[in-house]
Every structure is written in C-alpha cells, then in structure tokens.
Write a protein of this length. Structure first.
Length: 67
C-alpha cells in the first residue's frame, strides 16, 4: 500500500476529468480511490482475493459492482 498522493499526481498529469484509468495490479485500490476523487473512471484487476474486502471498503462498493 502506498499514499494516495502518488497516483493522484500522475493521474492529474496524464489524464482529464471523465477519462478512464486502467490499473492492472489493483492491490488495495489506492489508484482507483484517487481516480474516484479526481472524477475519473477506473478499471482494475487483482488476482489475489484477499484484497477484495479491502477494495470494497476503501471505495465504498457493493458486491453488485464487482465481478
């Protein structure tokens, strides 16, 4: 896990509001949280099911939004 400020800076530099950001190594969802807070869309992949509950809690997601 890393601070949200890191992906936030990169997202601001290389994307516009409404863009979609791909995070192929989702981890705990920090990058997706940054995209949400910066009014971008995000798509993320995580192979480790351990992170599912952490991601859902961090992003405030319901089960129906994750598949």
């Amino acid at each position: 896990m890393f601070p949200e400020e890191l992906p936030k800076r990169l997202i601001k530099m290389f994307s516009f509001m409404g863009d979609t950001i791909l995070d192929p190594f989702l981890g705990s969802g920090t990058t997706s949280l940054a995209t949400k807070n910066l009014h971008r869309n995000s798509i993320g992949y995580e192979i480790n099911e351990y992170f599912l509950l952490i991601i859902k809690e961090k992003l405030g997601l319901r089960q129906s939004t994750i598949f």
